[in-house]
Design a protein around this ligand. Sequence first.
Ligand SMILES: *Cc1c(COP(=O)(O)O)cnc(C)c1O
Length: 379
Amino acid sequence: MSLSMPTEHFEGRPTWVRVDLGRIRANVCRLRQQLSGDQKLMAVVKANGYGHGALAVASAAIEAGADWLGVALAEEGAELRQAGITVPILVLGPSHGPQFRIAAAHRLDLMVFAPEHLVAVSAAVAATGTRARLHLKLDTGMGRVGLAPEELNDSWIADLRNPAWDWVGIATHFASSDSESALATRHQLQRFLNAIEFLRLRDALPPEIHAANSAALLRYPGTHFTLVRAGLALYGLRPYRDAAGLVPALRWESRVVYVKTVPAGFAVGYGATYVTDVPMQLAAVPVGYADGYQRIWSNRSSVLIDGVRRPVVGRVSMDQITVAVPMDAVVRVGDRVTLIGEDGAEAISAEELADLSNSIAYEVVSCIGQRVPRIWIAD
Ligand SMILES: *Cc1c(COP(=O)(O)O)cnc(C)c1O
């Protein structure tokens, strides 16, 4: 990926996210290699594609062989439909109220797991004159949403076979497929297999059976069934430490906008939480917690200035951070700042920043603010 972002072609504040769609495609190919020919891949692009841009990522993923898209909200699916996306889109999260109508109007597949969902779907279908497409979600151990497998009975089967809609799939979601121990996942898988057997014996299996997220896709082939739902790995982020062959697609970049030299004993930022012990240079970078550069990273995180790792000192403000540069180094207004990404031999990963706030890469990238423009390239 070329590093020179011609700022003169960029209007406004020099802080942006650059997403390499070539890397998204490479990750899709890598994930596809885990699947057999008839197994399908769902690219999960909820939360604006984990902060990468839902439409751009969805289009690149489809080009590279993704068959389905997954979103969290009906509204997110509607936006993709309005942009011309025609592949099946599943709303992964629980829907409520008007979301059923939005889903029906835009031919979005829905997860259902409570009787009131079917009532809402009936009303939505009547109002929009469309056919709904439903997936039964089972809670096999995530403990969040879904029908308990013990409650799956003939009455549920009859309801799902109502000719007013298509019963497309049965699904579950793993709580711990990214953890060291396989125990919890094996237990969930067994409960899911029991439910599948229950349906098979009644000749009631829907066409799609799906359970795997990124971690399960990469490490548990027995969870692939007909369709897998990959989010994190699509973006090149690792669902567990030693996940191999993924390339991070997102770079978060800025520029030095101000430099000053200060003496020893100089206090930096709100609360004066950092005081220089020697004379040094301070570089101002225009990004802050309102952009998703989290305040808890104050005095903890690093950035790369022209490829050299430098510490963030003082509090992260709403709109800016301050970076310490030793007196003997050259730093100038306009220098390249990498907040997340590689520059030469150095790199700062979303995982590194997540560790500083006891969080996960999912949260770091999906919380990069709307105020930060996204640029998509395909090297
Ligand atoms: C977000 C989500 C996924 C994708 O999970 P990753 O760990 O990012 O691969 C899969 N299934 C469901 C139900 C989800 O909500």
